[in-house]
Structures are given as C-alpha cells and as structure tokens.
Ligand binder design. Structure first.
Ligand SMILES: [Zn+2]
Length: 335
C-alpha cells in the first residue's frame, strides 16, 4: 500500500517555530573562556572527541578543604556536541538537595535525582552559535566545577519544500504553510512549551514513541521555498495510519489540538523543560491536563495537516531548544 522507505523526501512537516525569521532566540552566545572564579582542571579532556560517556574529574578549587571530603564525580555524555544534540550531566552524590547552581553557556540548568546521581538534561538548539561553552556547577557545600563543552556546526541537508496537488487543493500552498507556521501553528506550540516546571515528572529513561522506528525524514533538514525557508525540527517516523503512539515518558498532556499545518497535535510536558510533540495524528487518546505514564497509548498516528503520507512527526523541546529526538532518547539511555 504505502511506499515504505520512500517517504523520506515527501514527508514533511513539521517545523516547530522553525521559520527562520521567527526562530526563537534562546540559545545565547559562546561562553567567555575567562569568566568566573579561577578553577583548575585536573585534566583537560577537550581534545578527546569521543562521544561515549566520558568522565570528567575536576579538582576542587578550595585548597583548604579537608582532603577526606568526598569529591563528587561529574559525568557528561560528551564534551563535543553538534547543534541539535542533547547534553546529559550527572553528578554522583547522595546529597538530599537538587538545588545545584548549574549553568551552561549563561543558561541556568536544572537537576533531578536519579538513583545515586543528580542529573541535568540540556538541549543544544539548531541555531546555537558554534564555539566553546562553559558548563559550571556549584554544589551546596560551596564546591565549584567548570568544564568547557564544544559545540560544532551541523551540516544540515537542504531540500525543497514540496507540496502535492492534493495539499494545494486543500489550501496548503507553500505560502500558506509558511504563513501558518509563522502566525498560527508555530506560536501556539511555542506558547505551550514556554513555561515549565523545574522538577522532573519522570525518573526513568525515555522510550521511543512507536514500536518500530524507521526515520524517513531526518531532523534538521532545511526546506526552501520562494515564500521562505523552514527547518524540520523533528523526525518523521514511518507509521501506517492507526499505529499506536506511546508517551515516551511520564508527564502531563498540555496540548491537544487540530492545527492546519501540524495536523492533530499532542504535547506532553515531562518537567525540567522537556516536552515531547506528536504531529499529524489520526486520533487522540488523551485530553489536556491528563497525566500520562511512560508507554501509555496517547494517540493513533495519521496523515493530518501538511503531510504527504502517513507518518508520525516526533519532536523534542528541551528548555526551548529543539533537539534531534532520536539522539535525545539515545543520549538519555545514559540516565
Ligand atoms: Zn516531520
């Protein structure tokens, strides 16, 4: 029935706030390399571009500290990231508090408890300026840590924004799609993800939203048209209409709406500024304000809105930044 595997070039949408002129400015510039208190690093690991979970052991700056004090171990998912990546930060500590003073490139980051660790999840937006950013962490006992995290430019693919005759007949021309994204669908979604709880509603790793994951429309593609340029800020996952869509973790359903371009759309708030978005659905199985658990069926996938074939468009927002949702889930298996 369906041309599996060929959907890639045809399956669009979804472009959350990605219209260039309206792109959210939440990224901040590169960190100054010489700001903040002088803290020596035991070892400079920045040359190591390995993407495996790498441990960074940093010395405490307070030389008068009793040497018997246990220095918490701090682990980052990678010291070199690309635009659209997710950074996972973990601190091994049994301290009761989650009130850690964390900062990445000038942006506050939030921690939650996960077993023996406190963890933070940081989204690196697609428009984050490439460069070195400072990760700084201050613990309640006064201990401070700093680490340079490098953000590299991602080579996004550039494609034409395609529209079929059928979509044009439904009124979804290139101009109308760009207009909807800028003035209607985009702002509604942006408003839904603009405020969040600094607490996490989840305490387990994330799962995929479908039983079978076939990425037919990669995250980050730039789509050009004479009316404007948009970036595909999600992954298009192959799915026949009517395929069960799972909540990728515990959370609260904050948005259930039928939009002209995104089609039937659900947004789940997972706390900590992490939202999952599911677009072009056929049928809703949840209502706004409803709590949802990891693995619950929240919808059936479909082909609504600006969509050329049945699929699930799946997006993740992390503190306002759109990140590659597949990489996000893989990174957070390290939780
Ligand atoms: Zn899409």
């Amino acid at each position: 029935m369906k041309n599996k595997g060929k959907l890639g070039f045809f399956c669009f949408v979804l472009i959350l706030g990605g219209v260039v002129l309206f792109a959210a400015k939440n990224e901040g510039g590169p960190a100054s390399l010489n700001s903040g208190p002088a803290i020596s690093q035991e070892k400079n690991l920045s040359q190591n571009s390995s993407v495996n979970l790498s441990q960074m052991k940093l010395s405490q700056n307070n030389l008068s500290q009793n040497s018997s004090v246990k220095v918490p171990e701090i682990v980052v998912s990678s010291e070199t990231l690309e635009q659209g990546d997710t950074l996972l930060v973990k601190i091994e500590t049994d301290a009761e508090t989650t009130e850690i003073n964390g900062n990445f490139g000038g942006q506050k980051i939030y921690f939650f408890r996960r077993g023996n660790f406190l963890a933070s999840v940081v989204g690196v937006g697609t428009k984050k300026e490439p460069g070195n950013y400072e990760l700084s962490i201050g613990l309640p006992d006064g201990a401070q840590y700093k680490k340079q995290i490098k953000v590299e430019k991602t080579a996004w693919r550039v494609r034409k924004l395609k529209v079929t005759k059928e979509l044009e007949e439904k009124g979804l021309t290139q101009t109308k799609i760009i207009e909807n994204l800028s003035l209607r669908d985009g702002p509604l979604v942006k408003a839904a993800v603009s405020s969040f709880s600094p607490e996490a509603y989840f305490d387990k790793p994330f799962i995929y939203p479908l039983k079978k994951i076939i990425d037919v429309g990669p995250f980050g593609d730039i789509r050009e048209s004479p009316s404007g340029t948009v970036q595909h800020l999600g992954a298009d996952l192959d799915a026949d209409t009517g395929t069960p869509v799972f909540s990728i973790n515990d959370g609260v359903v904050v948005f259930v709406k039928d939009l002209p371009t995104y089609g039937k759309t659900i947004i789940v708030d997972h706390g900590l500024g992490i939202f999952s978005l599911y677009l072009h659905l056929d049928e809703f199985k949840v209502k706004e304000s409803q709590k949802t658990n990891r693995g619950d069926i929240i919808a059936l996938s479909g082909n609504t809105g600006y969509s050329i074939g049945p699929h699930l468009h799946f997006s993740i927002k992390a503190q306002g930044a759109s990140v590659d949702p597949i990489k996000f889930i893989k990174t957070l298996t390290g939780l």
